[in-house]
Design a protein around this ligand. Structure first.
Ligand code: SF4
Length: 381
Protein backbone atom coordinates (compact mmCIF):
# COMPACT_ATOMS: atom_id res chain seq x y z
CA UNK A 1 0.00 0.00 0.00
CA UNK A 2 1.33 3.46 -0.89
CA UNK A 3 2.03 5.59 2.17
CA UNK A 4 0.12 8.89 2.28
CA UNK A 5 1.80 11.93 0.84
CA UNK A 6 2.78 14.99 2.90
CA UNK A 7 2.21 18.47 1.48
CA UNK A 8 4.47 21.32 2.59
CA UNK A 9 3.77 25.00 1.89
CA UNK A 10 6.58 27.46 2.48
CA UNK A 11 5.44 30.92 3.57
CA UNK A 12 8.72 32.86 3.41
CA UNK A 13 8.13 36.18 5.24
CA UNK A 14 8.83 37.17 8.84
CA UNK A 15 8.27 40.43 10.70
CA UNK A 16 12.00 40.47 11.59
CA UNK A 17 15.08 38.36 10.93
CA UNK A 18 16.35 36.50 14.00
CA UNK A 19 20.08 36.70 14.65
CA UNK A 20 20.63 32.95 14.28
CA UNK A 21 18.27 32.29 11.37
CA UNK A 22 19.54 30.54 8.28
CA UNK A 23 16.13 29.51 6.94
CA UNK A 24 14.80 30.65 3.61
CA UNK A 25 12.99 33.52 5.32
CA UNK A 26 12.83 37.23 4.49
CA UNK A 27 11.87 40.30 6.44
CA UNK A 28 8.44 41.36 5.22
CA UNK A 29 8.96 44.18 2.69
CA UNK A 30 7.07 47.34 3.71
CA UNK A 31 4.91 47.30 0.58
CA UNK A 32 1.18 46.70 0.58
CA UNK A 33 -0.03 43.50 -1.02
CA UNK A 34 3.17 41.46 -0.51
CA UNK A 35 1.46 38.67 1.46
CA UNK A 36 -1.46 38.47 -0.97
CA UNK A 37 0.96 38.32 -3.90
CA UNK A 38 2.91 35.47 -2.33
CA UNK A 39 -0.20 33.52 -1.30
CA UNK A 40 -1.54 33.90 -4.83
CA UNK A 41 1.80 32.74 -6.30
CA UNK A 42 1.81 29.61 -4.13
CA UNK A 43 -1.83 28.96 -5.02
CA UNK A 44 -0.93 29.26 -8.70
CA UNK A 45 1.89 26.74 -8.25
CA UNK A 46 -0.50 24.28 -6.59
CA UNK A 47 -3.09 24.77 -9.37
CA UNK A 48 -0.60 24.28 -12.19
CA UNK A 49 1.57 21.54 -10.67
CA UNK A 50 2.32 18.53 -12.94
CA UNK A 51 0.06 15.54 -12.72
CA UNK A 52 2.36 12.79 -11.30
CA UNK A 53 0.95 13.02 -7.78
CA UNK A 54 -2.54 14.30 -8.56
CA UNK A 55 -5.26 12.49 -6.63
CA UNK A 56 -2.79 10.90 -4.21
CA UNK A 57 -3.90 10.45 -0.65
CA UNK A 58 -2.51 13.14 1.68
CA UNK A 59 -2.03 12.43 5.39
CA UNK A 60 -0.53 15.76 6.47
CA UNK A 61 -0.28 19.38 5.37
CA UNK A 62 2.35 21.64 6.89
CA UNK A 63 2.63 25.43 6.62
CA UNK A 64 6.24 26.30 7.45
CA UNK A 65 8.40 29.34 6.99
CA UNK A 66 9.12 32.04 7.60
CA UNK A 67 6.11 32.94 9.66
CA UNK A 68 2.94 31.47 8.11
CA UNK A 69 0.83 33.10 10.84
CA UNK A 70 1.63 36.50 9.26
CA UNK A 71 -0.64 35.54 6.35
CA UNK A 72 -4.34 36.38 6.59
CA UNK A 73 -6.34 33.30 7.63
CA UNK A 74 -8.52 33.49 4.51
CA UNK A 75 -5.36 33.00 2.41
CA UNK A 76 -4.44 29.94 4.47
CA UNK A 77 -8.02 28.66 4.10
CA UNK A 78 -7.86 29.11 0.32
CA UNK A 79 -4.58 27.17 0.14
CA UNK A 80 -5.97 24.30 2.24
CA UNK A 81 -8.98 24.26 -0.02
CA UNK A 82 -6.82 24.06 -3.13
CA UNK A 83 -4.79 21.19 -1.67
CA UNK A 84 -8.07 19.41 -0.91
CA UNK A 85 -9.16 19.83 -4.50
CA UNK A 86 -5.89 18.62 -5.96
CA UNK A 87 -5.35 15.63 -3.64
CA UNK A 88 -7.41 13.15 -1.68
CA UNK A 89 -6.87 14.61 1.78
CA UNK A 90 -7.57 11.92 4.38
CA UNK A 91 -10.26 12.41 6.95
CA UNK A 92 -8.50 13.50 10.13
CA UNK A 93 -5.37 14.63 8.24
CA UNK A 94 -2.92 16.62 10.34
CA UNK A 95 -2.76 20.27 9.24
CA UNK A 96 0.02 22.16 11.05
CA UNK A 97 0.76 25.87 10.90
CA UNK A 98 3.89 27.47 12.33
CA UNK A 99 2.95 30.50 14.38
CA UNK A 100 5.06 33.15 16.05
CA UNK A 101 3.76 34.76 19.24
CA UNK A 102 2.67 38.32 18.60
CA UNK A 103 1.34 37.65 15.08
CA UNK A 104 -2.15 36.31 15.93
CA UNK A 105 -5.17 37.18 18.06
CA UNK A 106 -8.24 35.23 19.10
CA UNK A 107 -10.10 36.16 15.91
CA UNK A 108 -7.35 35.00 13.57
CA UNK A 109 -6.79 31.80 15.59
CA UNK A 110 -10.50 30.99 15.37
CA UNK A 111 -10.41 31.64 11.64
CA UNK A 112 -7.40 29.34 11.24
CA UNK A 113 -9.17 26.61 13.18
CA UNK A 114 -12.27 27.01 10.95
CA UNK A 115 -10.01 26.88 7.89
CA UNK A 116 -8.99 23.35 8.89
CA UNK A 117 -5.70 23.92 10.74
CA UNK A 118 -5.57 21.18 13.40
CA UNK A 119 -2.21 21.82 15.01
CA UNK A 120 -0.16 24.91 15.87
CA UNK A 121 3.59 24.97 16.18
CA UNK A 122 4.61 27.94 18.32
CA UNK A 123 8.07 29.45 18.01
CA UNK A 124 8.69 30.30 21.67
CA UNK A 125 12.47 29.61 21.58
CA UNK A 126 13.05 30.91 25.12
CA UNK A 127 11.17 32.20 28.15
CA UNK A 128 13.86 34.65 29.15
CA UNK A 129 13.21 38.19 27.93
CA UNK A 130 16.95 38.83 27.82
CA UNK A 131 17.59 35.71 25.68
CA UNK A 132 14.78 36.61 23.29
CA UNK A 133 16.29 40.07 22.92
CA UNK A 134 19.73 38.61 22.19
CA UNK A 135 18.19 36.25 19.62
CA UNK A 136 16.57 39.21 17.86
CA UNK A 137 13.06 37.84 18.44
CA UNK A 138 10.25 40.36 18.41
CA UNK A 139 8.08 38.84 21.14
CA UNK A 140 8.13 38.39 24.89
CA UNK A 141 7.61 35.29 27.10
CA UNK A 142 4.19 36.71 27.99
CA UNK A 143 3.26 36.85 24.29
CA UNK A 144 3.95 33.09 24.14
CA UNK A 145 1.87 32.38 27.26
CA UNK A 146 -0.93 34.50 25.85
CA UNK A 147 -0.95 32.79 22.46
CA UNK A 148 -1.17 29.37 24.11
CA UNK A 149 -4.19 30.51 26.10
CA UNK A 150 -5.86 32.01 23.02
CA UNK A 151 -5.09 28.94 20.90
CA UNK A 152 -6.87 26.75 23.45
CA UNK A 153 -9.78 29.15 23.52
CA UNK A 154 -9.94 28.98 19.72
CA UNK A 155 -10.17 25.18 19.87
CA UNK A 156 -6.60 24.03 19.21
CA UNK A 157 -5.85 20.90 21.21
CA UNK A 158 -2.65 19.98 19.44
CA UNK A 159 0.14 22.41 20.28
CA UNK A 160 3.85 22.16 19.71
CA UNK A 161 6.26 24.56 21.40
CA UNK A 162 9.72 25.14 19.92
CA UNK A 163 12.63 25.97 22.19
CA UNK A 164 16.27 26.39 21.32
CA UNK A 165 19.34 25.62 23.44
CA UNK A 166 23.12 25.71 23.07
CA UNK A 167 22.94 29.48 22.62
CA UNK A 168 26.01 31.69 23.01
CA UNK A 169 26.99 32.04 26.66
CA UNK A 170 24.11 29.81 27.80
CA UNK A 171 24.09 26.96 30.31
CA UNK A 172 22.29 23.66 30.89
CA UNK A 173 20.38 25.27 33.78
CA UNK A 174 18.97 27.88 31.40
CA UNK A 175 18.03 25.17 28.87
CA UNK A 176 16.20 23.25 31.56
CA UNK A 177 14.44 26.39 32.83
CA UNK A 178 13.19 27.20 29.30
CA UNK A 179 11.91 23.65 28.83
CA UNK A 180 10.15 23.75 32.21
CA UNK A 181 8.45 27.05 31.34
CA UNK A 182 7.32 25.60 28.01
CA UNK A 183 6.08 22.38 29.66
CA UNK A 184 4.16 24.38 32.27
CA UNK A 185 1.92 25.44 29.35
CA UNK A 186 1.04 21.75 28.86
CA UNK A 187 1.79 21.35 25.16
CA UNK A 188 1.32 17.86 23.71
CA UNK A 189 4.58 18.22 21.77
CA UNK A 190 7.89 19.97 22.32
CA UNK A 191 10.72 20.46 19.83
CA UNK A 192 14.08 21.42 21.30
CA UNK A 193 16.84 22.09 18.82
CA UNK A 194 20.47 22.87 19.56
CA UNK A 195 21.59 26.05 17.88
CA UNK A 196 23.45 25.34 14.67
CA UNK A 197 25.53 28.30 13.83
CA UNK A 198 25.64 29.16 10.13
CA UNK A 199 28.14 31.52 8.55
CA UNK A 200 25.71 33.91 6.89
CA UNK A 201 23.83 34.76 10.10
CA UNK A 202 24.44 37.71 12.41
CA UNK A 203 25.51 35.31 15.20
CA UNK A 204 27.82 33.53 12.76
CA UNK A 205 29.60 36.80 12.00
CA UNK A 206 29.96 37.68 15.71
CA UNK A 207 31.40 34.26 16.57
CA UNK A 208 33.85 34.45 13.67
CA UNK A 209 35.03 37.86 14.91
CA UNK A 210 35.44 36.44 18.43
CA UNK A 211 32.72 38.72 19.83
CA UNK A 212 30.46 35.86 20.94
CA UNK A 213 31.35 32.55 22.59
CA UNK A 214 29.46 29.31 22.02
CA UNK A 215 29.13 26.76 24.84
CA UNK A 216 31.35 23.67 24.62
CA UNK A 217 30.02 20.50 22.93
CA UNK A 218 29.79 18.88 26.39
CA UNK A 219 27.62 21.75 27.65
CA UNK A 220 25.37 21.48 24.57
CA UNK A 221 24.90 17.74 25.14
CA UNK A 222 24.23 18.34 28.85
CA UNK A 223 21.70 21.04 27.91
CA UNK A 224 19.94 18.66 25.51
CA UNK A 225 19.80 15.96 28.18
CA UNK A 226 18.49 18.48 30.73
CA UNK A 227 15.65 19.32 28.32
CA UNK A 228 15.00 15.60 27.75
CA UNK A 229 14.83 14.97 31.52
CA UNK A 230 12.32 17.81 31.98
CA UNK A 231 10.16 16.38 29.16
CA UNK A 232 10.33 12.89 30.62
CA UNK A 233 9.20 14.17 34.03
CA UNK A 234 6.30 16.00 32.35
CA UNK A 235 5.14 12.83 30.55
CA UNK A 236 6.40 13.64 27.06
CA UNK A 237 8.41 10.84 25.53
CA UNK A 238 11.37 11.46 23.32
CA UNK A 239 10.76 9.92 19.90
CA UNK A 240 13.36 11.75 17.85
CA UNK A 241 16.60 13.28 18.99
CA UNK A 242 15.04 16.76 19.26
CA UNK A 243 11.32 15.94 19.56
CA UNK A 244 9.10 14.93 22.46
CA UNK A 245 5.40 14.09 22.52
CA UNK A 246 2.59 12.82 24.69
CA UNK A 247 1.40 9.37 23.60
CA UNK A 248 -0.34 9.57 20.22
CA UNK A 249 0.75 13.17 19.57
CA UNK A 250 3.87 12.70 17.47
CA UNK A 251 4.13 14.99 14.46
CA UNK A 252 2.86 12.90 11.56
CA UNK A 253 4.32 15.27 9.01
CA UNK A 254 7.81 15.20 10.48
CA UNK A 255 7.66 11.43 10.92
CA UNK A 256 7.05 11.19 7.20
CA UNK A 257 10.39 12.97 6.60
CA UNK A 258 12.21 10.66 9.01
CA UNK A 259 10.59 7.63 7.34
CA UNK A 260 11.83 8.89 3.95
CA UNK A 261 8.25 9.18 2.73
CA UNK A 262 7.04 11.12 -0.28
CA UNK A 263 6.20 14.80 0.05
CA UNK A 264 5.35 17.64 -2.28
CA UNK A 265 6.55 21.13 -1.44
CA UNK A 266 5.15 24.41 -2.75
CA UNK A 267 6.50 27.93 -2.27
CA UNK A 268 9.96 29.52 -2.47
CA UNK A 269 12.76 27.04 -1.78
CA UNK A 270 10.34 24.18 -1.03
CA UNK A 271 11.66 20.67 -1.58
CA UNK A 272 9.76 17.64 -2.90
CA UNK A 273 10.60 13.95 -2.73
CA UNK A 274 9.13 11.05 -4.64
CA UNK A 275 10.74 7.62 -4.26
CA UNK A 276 14.36 8.80 -4.37
CA UNK A 277 13.81 11.70 -6.79
CA UNK A 278 14.14 15.10 -5.19
CA UNK A 279 13.53 18.52 -6.68
CA UNK A 280 13.46 21.98 -5.18
CA UNK A 281 12.25 25.47 -5.99
CA UNK A 282 14.23 28.69 -6.34
CA UNK A 283 14.73 30.35 -2.97
CA UNK A 284 14.06 34.05 -3.52
CA UNK A 285 10.46 35.33 -3.39
CA UNK A 286 10.92 37.53 -6.50
CA UNK A 287 12.42 34.88 -8.79
CA UNK A 288 9.91 32.35 -7.44
CA UNK A 289 6.89 34.52 -8.22
CA UNK A 290 8.20 35.46 -11.68
CA UNK A 291 8.88 31.84 -12.53
CA UNK A 292 5.46 30.63 -11.36
CA UNK A 293 3.75 33.44 -13.30
CA UNK A 294 5.51 32.48 -16.52
CA UNK A 295 5.93 28.70 -16.27
CA UNK A 296 3.52 27.62 -13.54
CA UNK A 297 6.46 26.20 -11.55
CA UNK A 298 9.78 27.35 -10.10
CA UNK A 299 11.96 24.24 -10.00
CA UNK A 300 15.63 25.13 -9.57
CA UNK A 301 17.20 21.68 -9.40
CA UNK A 302 16.66 17.95 -9.26
CA UNK A 303 18.54 14.96 -7.92
CA UNK A 304 17.90 11.24 -8.30
CA UNK A 305 19.41 9.16 -5.52
CA UNK A 306 21.24 5.95 -6.44
CA UNK A 307 19.96 2.74 -4.77
CA UNK A 308 22.90 2.93 -2.34
CA UNK A 309 22.16 6.61 -1.70
CA UNK A 310 18.52 5.87 -0.92
CA UNK A 311 19.47 3.09 1.49
CA UNK A 312 22.05 5.24 3.24
CA UNK A 313 19.66 8.14 3.59
CA UNK A 314 16.90 5.86 4.87
CA UNK A 315 19.23 4.50 7.57
CA UNK A 316 20.49 7.97 8.49
CA UNK A 317 16.96 9.38 8.83
CA UNK A 318 15.76 6.41 10.89
CA UNK A 319 18.74 6.71 13.22
CA UNK A 320 17.36 10.10 14.28
CA UNK A 321 14.43 8.22 15.79
CA UNK A 322 14.91 6.99 19.33
CA UNK A 323 13.56 3.54 18.42
CA UNK A 324 15.72 3.40 15.28
CA UNK A 325 14.37 0.77 12.90
CA UNK A 326 13.83 -2.98 12.66
CA UNK A 327 15.89 -5.25 10.45
CA UNK A 328 12.58 -6.50 9.00
CA UNK A 329 11.59 -2.94 7.97
CA UNK A 330 14.92 -2.48 6.19
CA UNK A 331 14.45 -5.80 4.36
CA UNK A 332 10.88 -4.94 3.38
CA UNK A 333 11.97 -1.62 1.97
CA UNK A 334 15.08 -2.69 0.07
CA UNK A 335 14.69 -6.45 -0.55
CA UNK A 336 17.98 -7.36 1.12
CA UNK A 337 19.19 -7.68 4.68
CA UNK A 338 21.14 -4.96 6.50
CA UNK A 339 24.10 -7.33 6.83
CA UNK A 340 24.07 -8.02 3.09
CA UNK A 341 23.99 -4.30 2.36
CA UNK A 342 26.57 -3.34 5.04
CA UNK A 343 28.54 -6.44 6.10
CA UNK A 344 29.76 -6.25 9.69
CA UNK A 345 28.82 -2.59 10.21
CA UNK A 346 26.08 -3.10 12.77
CA UNK A 347 28.23 -5.30 15.02
CA UNK A 348 31.15 -2.89 14.79
CA UNK A 349 28.97 0.06 15.84
CA UNK A 350 27.56 -2.01 18.71
CA UNK A 351 31.10 -2.82 19.88
CA UNK A 352 31.93 0.91 19.78
CA UNK A 353 28.91 1.59 21.97
CA UNK A 354 27.20 3.72 19.32
CA UNK A 355 24.32 1.28 18.73
CA UNK A 356 22.34 -0.65 21.34
CA UNK A 357 22.46 -4.48 21.37
CA UNK A 358 18.85 -5.17 20.44
CA UNK A 359 17.79 -8.33 18.62
CA UNK A 360 16.12 -7.45 15.33
CA UNK A 361 16.45 -3.71 15.88
CA UNK A 362 19.00 -1.02 15.04
CA UNK A 363 18.87 1.71 17.62
CA UNK A 364 21.36 4.43 18.51
CA UNK A 365 22.72 4.29 22.06
CA UNK A 366 22.34 7.41 24.24
CA UNK A 367 25.87 8.50 23.29
CA UNK A 368 25.29 7.49 19.65
CA UNK A 369 22.39 9.96 19.43
CA UNK A 370 24.82 12.82 19.91
CA UNK A 371 27.29 11.39 17.42
CA UNK A 372 24.86 10.66 14.64
CA UNK A 373 27.29 11.59 11.88
CA UNK A 374 29.70 8.91 13.17
CA UNK A 375 26.93 6.29 13.50
CA UNK A 376 25.54 7.01 10.04
CA UNK A 377 28.84 7.45 8.22
CA UNK A 378 29.48 3.75 7.39
CA UNK A 379 25.98 3.49 5.86
CA UNK A 380 26.41 6.41 3.50
CA UNK A 381 27.81 5.80 -0.01
S1 SF4 B 1 10.91 33.71 12.93
FE1 SF4 B 1 11.87 31.76 12.34
S2 SF4 B 1 12.04 31.80 10.11
FE2 SF4 B 1 11.60 33.92 10.82
S3 SF4 B 1 13.61 34.88 10.98
FE3 SF4 B 1 13.10 34.05 13.01
S4 SF4 B 1 13.98 31.97 13.03
FE4 SF4 B 1 13.93 32.68 10.90
Amino acid sequence: MTEPLGVYLHMPYCPYKCHYCDFNAYRLPPRPGVLAEMAEGIAEEVRRAGGEDRGREVGSIYFGGGTPSLFPPDRIAALIDLVRRRYEVRRGAEVTLECNPGTVDLGSLRALRRAGVTRLSLGAQSFSQETLRRLGRGHSPDDTRRVVRLAREAGFHRLNIDVIYGLPESTREEARADAEEALALRPDHLSAYALELEDGTYFGVLVRRGQLALPSDAEVVASGEAVAAACHEAGLERYEISNFARPGQRSRHNLLYWHQGDYRGFGPGAHSHFAGRRFWNVDGPGPYLRSVAVQGEAVAGEEVLSPAGRRGEWVYLHLRLIDGFTLAAFHRRFGLSLDEAYPGVRRQLERQGLLEHRPGRVQPSPSGRWLLHRVAEPFLP
